[in-house]
Ligand binder design. Structure first.
Ligand code: KIV
Ligand code: ZN
Length: 496
């Protein structure tokens, strides 16, 4: 059996349908180009009959993408299939992804029909789609809860009718890894014409098992995996691309499965999708979360500083993450403090280090995190004179006015004021600050959170900027979210 696993990316279909993640066609093309560079094999570009916008996106993605197969979703309905074929007319390689429910729950409660009728419809849809394209994928929806013998019959029927790929979705994220793996193994061993098609795994994360289930499916013979970047998707999400790619790579010696993913592109692609889809990644998300390569306990920091591999199974550079982070908190030990002090230019003898560490713990007990400027202060180099502080901020905005911000910053007793316009109050404020600080940074993340949810709430703002590949974080909190934003941005710039 071939060892190559085909990566089928559905970020622009199963991922994009999540509320708040919608993209326009230009943004979808940007994502599709990034996914092409990342090395996906199949790119599910949309569900053309669902809206004229989705139809148009499939057309434009087909025109702009050359290497991956472009796939369009349909129901097992003639109008859907015809519409998808039309949308794919510019694709170098087009695939129609059609299908119907396979579990009794779906057959009885949703489709209100019989198993016999489902088999007929399934065969018809696969055959009908083959009139338009040579590559037809059939999804047996809710296969995770389907009767195994019926599912095997359905898979055999659609392959006989012309399906080249058969998708076995765990639509509701119900299965356990061993159950799902056994389901795939059963199909591989009991469907007589299984060698005529590729089996695909498509798992949802309702029980947090999407990646584990997908891997179990691949171990048992599936050779295509359906994923989204950052695991975005319906409800709790889909299997995440970066997790599957890194599981297969980390365990290549025992699993012998390969993908064409250029893993160096994982982090930049994740950032692009976070930004365009306005869907923050949880900080502790594997591979791409803010804390995925950040070490905060003293024991771990000491271990990582001695040898990265003590506590990291992936080199962050391999997946495009600039560096591991040693976060200084009251939990940090002398090794981490010494390391950070050396980075900012202080070489301390043991005695001096011990004394500084005592001071460090006192400050760290009061503050959540210790930054370089705190260390400088501890080392007797006052921050005053070297950092910017906000003296005043005035913003004018409204439906009929372009947003304008006037910002006054203080540095070494000197006041500097600048005015800037922007497409909103945040944009105007950051531009006015940029005019004063003149650091050419790139805004990587901007996150506003309400603490309690009331209208008088405190807004907490996290900002991440990068300069020359190095990332800097800033934080600000205030009842005025624009002021909190300015504080967070200035905080980040002071660290650059
Ligand atoms: O989860 C699912 O079953 C799907 C199908 C449409 C493939 O997304
Ligand atoms: Zn799905």
């Amino acid at each position: 059996m071939d060892n190559k696993v085909y990566i089928f990316d559905t970020t622009l279909r199963d991922g994009e349908q999540v509320p708040g993640c919608q993209l326009n066609t230009v943004e979808k093309i940007e994502v599709a180009l990034a996914l092409e560079e990342l090395g996906v094999d199949v790119l599910e570009a949309g569900f053309p009959i669902s809206s004229p916008g989705d139809f148009n996106s499939v057309v434009e993605i087909s025109k702009n993408i050359s290497r991956p197969t472009i796939c369009a979703l349909t129901r097992a309905v003639a109008a859907d299939i015809e519409c998808a074929a039309d949308a794919l007319k510019f694709a170098k390689r087009g695939r129609i992804h059609t299908g119907i429910g396979s579990s009794d729950i779906h057959i009885k409660n949703k489709l209100k029909t019989t198993r016999e009728n489902i088999l007929e419809k399934a065969a018809w849809a696969a055959k009908y789609a083959r009139n338009y394209v040579d590559d037809v994928e059939f999804f047996c929806e809710d296969a995770g809860r389907a009767d195994l013998d019926f599912l095997a019959k359905m898979v055999e029927t659609v392959i006989a009718a012309g399906a080249t790929v058969v998708n076995i979705p765990d639509t509701t994220g119900y299965c356990l890894p061993e159950q799902y793996g056994a389901k795939i193994a059963y199909l591989m061993n009991n469907v007589p014409n299984i060698d005529k098609a590729i089996i695909s795994v498509h798992c949802h994360n309702d029980l947090g098992l999407a990646t584990a289930n997908s891997i179990a499916g691949l171990k048992n013979g599936a050779r295509q995996v359906e994923v989204t970047m950052n695991g975005i998707g319906e409800r709790a999400g889909n299997t995440s691309l970066e997790e599957v790619a890194m599981v297969l790579r980390s365990h290549q010696e025992t699993m012998h499965l390969t993908t064409d993913i250029n893993i160096k592109k994982i982090y930049p692609t994740s950032r692009l999708i976070t930004r365009l889809m306005r869907m923050p990644v949880q900080p502790n998300k594997a591979i791409v979360g803010r804390n995925a390569f950040s070490h905060s306990s003293g024991i771990h920091q000491d271990g990582v500083l001695k040898n990265r591999e003590n506590y990291e199974i992936i080199n962050p550079h391999d997946v495009g993450v600039p560096e591991s982070l040693i976060v200084l908190t009251a939990r940090s030990g002398r090794a981490a403090l010494k390391h950070r002090l050396e980075k900012i230019g202080f070489q301390l003898e043991q005695e001096e280090l011990d004394a500084t560490y005592k001071k460090f713990l006192e400050v760290a007990d009061q503050k959540k995190e210790i930054f370089d400027e705190d260390l400088l202060e501890m080392m007797g180099q006052s921050r005053e004179g070297r950092i910017y502080e906000i003296d005043n901020l005035e913003v004018h905005c409204g439906k009929k006015h372009q947003a304008t911000a006037t910002v006054t910053l203080l540095k070494a007793g000197e006041k500097m004021t600048e005015i800037a316009d922007g497409n909103g109050p945040v944009d105007a404020t950051l531009k006015a600050i940029d005019k004063i600080v003149k650091q050419e940074v790139r805004l990587e993340e901007y996150l506003v959170q309400a603490v309690t949810g009331g209208s008088d709430d405190l807004g907490k703002v996290h900002i991440q900027v990068s300069k020359d590949g190095v990332f800097y974080y800033g934080f600000g909190a205030d009842t005025d979210v624009i002021y909190a934003t300015a504080k967070a941005y200035v905080d980040a710039l002071n660290k650059v």
